[in-house]
Design a protein around this ligand. Structure first.
Ligand SMILES: [Mg+2]
Length: 111
Protein backbone atom coordinates (compact mmCIF):
# COMPACT_ATOMS: atom_id res chain seq x y z
CA UNK A 1 0.00 0.00 0.00
CA UNK A 2 1.29 3.42 -0.90
CA UNK A 3 1.25 5.68 2.15
CA UNK A 4 3.29 8.81 1.64
CA UNK A 5 2.74 9.81 5.27
CA UNK A 6 4.69 6.77 6.46
CA UNK A 7 8.31 6.87 7.62
CA UNK A 8 8.62 3.28 6.42
CA UNK A 9 7.86 4.37 2.84
CA UNK A 10 10.31 7.28 3.06
CA UNK A 11 13.01 4.95 4.38
CA UNK A 12 12.32 2.46 1.57
CA UNK A 13 12.61 5.23 -1.04
CA UNK A 14 15.96 6.41 0.37
CA UNK A 15 17.19 2.81 0.62
CA UNK A 16 16.25 2.29 -3.07
CA UNK A 17 18.20 5.46 -3.94
CA UNK A 18 21.26 4.14 -2.06
CA UNK A 19 20.92 0.76 -3.77
CA UNK A 20 20.50 2.33 -7.23
CA UNK A 21 23.89 4.06 -6.88
CA UNK A 22 25.47 1.36 -4.70
CA UNK A 23 26.31 3.92 -1.99
CA UNK A 24 27.35 1.14 0.39
CA UNK A 25 30.30 0.16 -1.83
CA UNK A 26 31.15 3.55 -3.35
CA UNK A 27 31.77 5.73 -0.29
CA UNK A 28 28.25 7.16 -0.26
CA UNK A 29 27.64 5.79 3.23
CA UNK A 30 30.90 7.01 4.80
CA UNK A 31 29.81 9.10 7.75
CA UNK A 32 32.42 11.86 7.45
CA UNK A 33 31.42 12.36 3.80
CA UNK A 34 27.76 12.41 4.77
CA UNK A 35 28.39 15.03 7.46
CA UNK A 36 29.99 17.24 4.79
CA UNK A 37 26.99 16.73 2.48
CA UNK A 38 24.56 17.57 5.29
CA UNK A 39 26.54 20.71 6.19
CA UNK A 40 26.37 21.70 2.51
CA UNK A 41 22.58 21.31 2.46
CA UNK A 42 22.24 23.26 5.70
CA UNK A 43 24.25 26.01 4.01
CA UNK A 44 21.81 25.94 1.08
CA UNK A 45 18.91 26.25 3.53
CA UNK A 46 20.71 29.17 5.15
CA UNK A 47 21.12 30.88 1.78
CA UNK A 48 17.39 30.51 1.11
CA UNK A 49 16.58 32.37 4.31
CA UNK A 50 19.33 34.98 4.28
CA UNK A 51 18.86 35.75 0.57
CA UNK A 52 15.08 35.87 0.86
CA UNK A 53 14.40 33.07 -1.63
CA UNK A 54 10.96 31.52 -2.15
CA UNK A 55 9.59 29.12 0.45
CA UNK A 56 9.49 26.43 -2.28
CA UNK A 57 13.28 26.69 -2.54
CA UNK A 58 13.63 26.37 1.24
CA UNK A 59 11.31 23.34 1.14
CA UNK A 60 13.48 21.66 -1.51
CA UNK A 61 16.71 22.25 0.40
CA UNK A 62 15.08 21.02 3.60
CA UNK A 63 14.00 17.87 1.75
CA UNK A 64 17.62 17.42 0.59
CA UNK A 65 18.71 17.49 4.23
CA UNK A 66 15.91 15.15 5.35
CA UNK A 67 16.88 12.63 2.64
CA UNK A 68 20.49 12.82 3.84
CA UNK A 69 19.40 12.39 7.46
CA UNK A 70 17.36 9.30 6.61
CA UNK A 71 20.28 8.00 4.55
CA UNK A 72 22.63 8.59 7.46
CA UNK A 73 20.39 6.41 9.62
CA UNK A 74 20.76 3.72 6.93
CA UNK A 75 24.54 4.23 6.76
CA UNK A 76 25.05 4.15 10.53
CA UNK A 77 22.39 1.44 11.02
CA UNK A 78 20.08 3.05 13.54
CA UNK A 79 16.31 3.44 13.65
CA UNK A 80 15.69 7.15 13.06
CA UNK A 81 11.94 6.77 13.54
CA UNK A 82 12.50 5.31 17.01
CA UNK A 83 15.20 7.88 17.78
CA UNK A 84 12.77 10.65 16.79
CA UNK A 85 10.06 9.43 19.17
CA UNK A 86 12.56 8.78 21.98
CA UNK A 87 13.86 12.32 21.66
CA UNK A 88 10.38 13.88 21.42
CA UNK A 89 9.51 12.16 24.70
CA UNK A 90 12.61 13.74 26.29
CA UNK A 91 11.86 17.17 24.83
CA UNK A 92 8.31 16.95 26.16
CA UNK A 93 9.76 16.76 29.69
CA UNK A 94 11.95 19.85 29.32
CA UNK A 95 11.18 23.37 30.34
CA UNK A 96 11.58 26.53 28.32
CA UNK A 97 13.14 29.87 29.06
CA UNK A 98 13.31 33.16 27.23
CA UNK A 99 16.95 33.91 26.46
CA UNK A 100 17.80 37.17 24.69
CA UNK A 101 14.21 37.50 23.52
CA UNK A 102 13.91 33.99 22.08
CA UNK A 103 12.52 30.82 23.56
CA UNK A 104 14.90 27.99 24.35
CA UNK A 105 13.86 24.47 25.41
CA UNK A 106 16.70 22.71 27.18
CA UNK A 107 17.75 20.81 30.31
CA UNK A 108 19.18 24.08 31.72
CA UNK A 109 21.78 22.35 33.87
CA UNK A 110 22.99 24.71 36.57
CA UNK A 111 26.73 25.20 36.89
MG1 LIG B 1 20.31 21.15 -2.01
Amino acid sequence: MDNRDSYRQMLAAVQAFHDKHDFKNTGGEELTYRIALMAEELGEMSACVTKGKAVADLAEETADLLILLIGTAIAADFDLRQAFWNKMAKLDQRSSRMIDGRIRVSEFREL
